[in-house]
Design a protein around this ligand. Structure first.
Ligand SMILES: N[C@@H](CCC(=O)N[C@@H](CS)C(=O)NCC(=O)O)C(=O)O
Length: 235
């Protein structure tokens, strides 16, 4: 059995989940192959073997199962310690962990505010739309359309909230330093997510984060610039 990564599948087979992009980049970084198995929100039965309901899930060729993007990154780092490091040592791992928490708790809410109804309209497959609408509207206490705000003011607020990354990227080419590491893949996944779901311009062209994102898109022979579908396998 080949190594499998169970990955959220969107419209036109786009793989837009930010968490799945983190793992894709981590696998490429380590030079590890995987079959990317598409999972729609309505196909949780495909990942029932993992004992939980969120993608992504990694199933190793020996049957080991790991879920949650941070846990998968740490697993890959430790299990394939002889391959290029994702963290560059213990201090790098701690820094990446901090960044993981910052992106999940501070960057993602900003993206969700800007693009939630776009994810519904253009990101997920039609069959998932009723579930997505009901579950998110219950959580938010309002409709997707009432919640989503793609105004100039909201974009400006989102850009301002990225200052922590901007200050670093003004001085170094990558968040992890001279070369991209997992810290970069964490934030990269967030922009891929937004870009694969909507045409909103999240970054100004004179922003160092824009230049960084362009550099990131060039990684791994252009795979990072793809919509992820080319690496997908039919279920
Ligand atoms: N902490 C998890 C988050 C995973 C997550 O939230 N996955 C979303 C897709 S992006 C999901 O599976 N949602 C299922 C649902 O909402 O029913 C990770 O880092 O992998």
């Amino acid at each position: 059995m080949a190594r499998e990564l169970y990955d959220l599948q969107g419209r036109e087979d786009k793989r837009f989940s930010p968490f799945c992009w983190r793992a894709r980049m981590a696998l490429w970084h380590k030079g590890l192959d995987a079959d990317f198995i598409p999972v729609q929100f309505g196909q949780k039965d495909k990942i029932a073997f993992s004992g939980q309901k969120l993608v992504l899930v990694l199933r190793e060729d020996d049957g080991r199962v790991v879920h949650d993007s941070w846990t998968i990154a740490c697993y890959l780092e430790d299990a394939y310690a002889d391959r290029p490091s994702l963290f560059g040592g213990a201090a790098g791992r701690a820094g990446a962990h901090f960044l993981n928490g910052w992106v999940d708790s501070a960057v993602h809410p900003g993206i969700v505010r800007l693009v939630l109804s776009h994810i519904h309209d253009n990101g997920i497959v039609e069959a998932d739309q009723p579930y997505f609408r009901t579950s998110r509207e219950k959580r938010l206490g309002m409709t997707l359309e009432e919640f989503t705000d793609s105004s100039e003011n909201q974009i400006a607020a989102f850009r301002a909230a990225l200052q922590l990354a901007r200050l670093t990227l003004e001085e170094t080419p990558y968040l992890a330093g001279p070369e991209p590491l997992y810290a970069d893949y964490i934030l990269f996944g967030s922009f891929k997510w937004a870009n694969l779901c909507c045409s909103l311009v999240l970054l100004a062209k004179d922003d160092p984060i824009y230049d960084w994102y362009e550099r990131m898109l060039g990684l791994f022979d252009g795979f990072a610039a793809s919509d992820g579908a080319a690496q997908g396998q039919a279920a």
